[in-house]
Design a binder for this molecule. Sequence first.
Ligand code: G3H
Ligand code: ZN
Length: 287
Amino acid sequence: MLVSAKEMLNKAKAGHYGVGQFNINNLEWTKAVLQTANEQRSPVILGVSEGAGKYMCGYKTVTNMVNGMLDELNISVPVALHLDHGSYEGAKACIAAGFSSIMFDGSHLPFDENIEKTKELVEICRGKGLSLEAEVGAIGGEEDGVVGTGEFADPEECKKIADLGVTMLAAGIGNIHGKYPENWQGLNFDVLAKIQEKTGDMPLVLHGGTGIPDEMVRKAIDLGVAKINVNTECQLVFAEATRKYIEAGKDLEGKGFDPRKLLAPGTQAIKDIVKVKMDLFGSTGKA
Ligand code: G3H
Ligand code: ZN
C-alpha cells in the first residue's frame, strides 16, 4: 500500500539520513526502483513529473501500475507516489488519482500567491492523509519543461511556507536540474543552515540530485536535508547501457531485439545507481 512521505521523512530527518526520490518514466523504471528499494530495505519515493504522467497515459494509469507492482512484487518497504513539480491543477488531478504525496511548485508565482495556493493544498492533503511538498526560491536549470531561475530561497519566506503546515520544503540553494556546469559554485551551505534554523524539524528537500559531489550531499543531510531527488542520473545510465548493448550488436544476436532483452541492461543500470544512492543517502536498511 502506498504511504504518505511524512513518517519516512520525519524519521530520516531525526536519524540524519536522506530518502531518495527517483523519478519514473515507464514500467521498467518503476520496477527497477521498487525492486531495489525492497532489496535494500529502504523507504523510497517515486517521483512523477507532469510530463512523465502524460507519457504514462495519465495519473490513474500510474497509480494502478504502481499499486499493481506493490502487490505482485511483494514490496514490503514504505513507498510514496509523489507528484514532482506539480501545478495547482496537476496537484488536484494527482490527489483524485490516488497519489500519496504531492509537490506543489509555486516558486515561479508571486510569493503571496504561492502562500495562498500552498495553504489551500495543505488543507486538502491533510484531510486525506497525504504529504505535501512546497518550494521557495527556485531550482536552476530545466526539468521536463519546468524552468527555474536558480534564485536562492529567502529563509524568512521558507519559514512562512513551513508554518502553513507543509510536510517538507524544497529550497533553492544553488542546486540545478540536469548536469552541473563546469563553473558551478556548489551548494550554498550558509543559506541552507539559515533555512534549517528557521524551519526547525521540517524535512528539507534537495532537488537536482544528479552530479552533486558525495561530500556535499552528506553535508546537506547534516544540515537538515531528508529527501534528495534524482532524475537525470537514472536517464544517463539507462541511455549508456542501452547504447552499449546496441553498439555491441547484441540486438542482432539471437532474439536480442526482443524488447525484454533490449531494455534489460538499462533497467539493471537504474537498479545499480539507485542502490549506490540509497547507500550514499543512508536509507539502506532503514525500512
Ligand atoms: O525533481 C526532480 C529533481 O530535482 C531531479 O533533478 O534531474 O538533476 O537529478 P536531476
Ligand atoms: Zn526538481
